[in-house]
Design a protein around this ligand. Structure first.
Ligand SMILES: Nc1ncnc2c1ncn2[C@@H]1O[C@H](COP(=O)(O)OP(=O)(O)OP(=O)(O)O)[C@@H](O)[C@H]1O
Length: 254
């Protein structure tokens, strides 16, 4: 595997309101890696990925994407981003195909979509198993299907780096399987992936490395923790200090 960093974060500090949410984070993701960002609710996972794409300004530290400082980075077409799921998109009158096609705009911001654009949109819709719903309004879909649309939108630009914030949250089992399969194909094709996850779940076999946050600090960066996600119960749930040989428990269900 290449060691070329696709994401490089050094000493990132960020404050939201008056609260220090990132307190000196280092994170490197190299080309072709699949890294899970784990940790309890409020540990700073979403803030960390949002700072990567410039949505949360850093007080200190630096971010580089594909070797370019974030401030100077312009090649957004190389990145697909799936935000944490919100209900904001329900009621949008756009169809599945339109929403997915919007992910292609960074490739062809002016003019009509090319044949390649249309083919990429069709492929992305097929990948997430929604070909038969392409003309339906997104408002008519289930939560899990809606999440698949957002993932297809990120895939439509054929990104080299995919950043997903809890892609499995609130997604039904059938959709989880589809998403795991989609991601497997992306990874096999060499896409670099950073995933915010609450629990490893069906994505576990794909994960090369896990970075665990607690209170805005990295408390683990290495092999994925044992699959506590499937077994842990709510309340079982925080990251705590460990002896070196003790399996890491991340409390992913908080
Ligand atoms: N806009 C904001 N203003 C003030 N505090 C915020 C804001 N957004 C998030 N926070 C706080 O920052 C902390 C980190 O939030 P963040 O969403 O990054 O955590 P997370 O690890 O992604 O958690 P979750 O799993 O709940 O998404 C939380 O305590 C949250 O309440």
């Amino acid at each position: 595997m290449s060691t070329e960093p696709v994401i490089s974060v050094r000493g990132a500090r960020a404050t939201l309101g008056s609260r220090p949410v990132l307190r000196g984070i280092d994170l490197t993701v190299t080309r072709g890696e699949v890294v899970a960002l784990l940790g309890a609710n409020g540990s700073g996972k979403s803030t960390a990925v949002r700072s990567l794409i410039g949505q949360v300004p850093l007080d200190e530290g630096r971010v580089e994407l594909f070797g370019t400082e974030l401030r100077r980075f312009r090649q957004w077409r190389r990145i697909g981003y799936v935000p944490q799921r919100t209900t904001a998109a329900s009621g949008v009158p756009a169809t599945v195909r339109e929403v997915v096609a919007s992910g292609r705009l960074s490739r062809a911001p002016f003019g009509l979509p090319s044949r390649a654009d249309r083919a990429a949109v069709r492929r992305a819709v097929e990948l997430v198993g929604l070909a038969d719903r392409a003309k339906d309004p997104v408002g008519a879909l289930s939560g899990g299907q809606h999440q698949r649309v957002l993932i297809a939108r990120a895939l439509a630009s054929e990104p080299e780096l995919l950043i997903m914030d809890e892609p499995m949250a609130g997604v039904d089992l059938a959709s989880q399987e589809v998403l795991a399969g989609t991601l497997r194909e992306q990874v096999a094709a060499g896409t670099t992936v950073l995933l915010v996850l609450h629990e490893l779940g069906p994505l576990e076999p794909l994960i090369d490395r896990a970075v665990v946050l607690r209170d805005g600090c990295v408390v683990h960066d290495g092999p994925p923790p044992e699959a506590v996600g499937q077994h842990a119960l709510p309340g079982h749930d925080h990251v705590h200090p460990h002896a070196a040989d003790e399996p890491l428990r991340t409390g992913l269900l908080t």
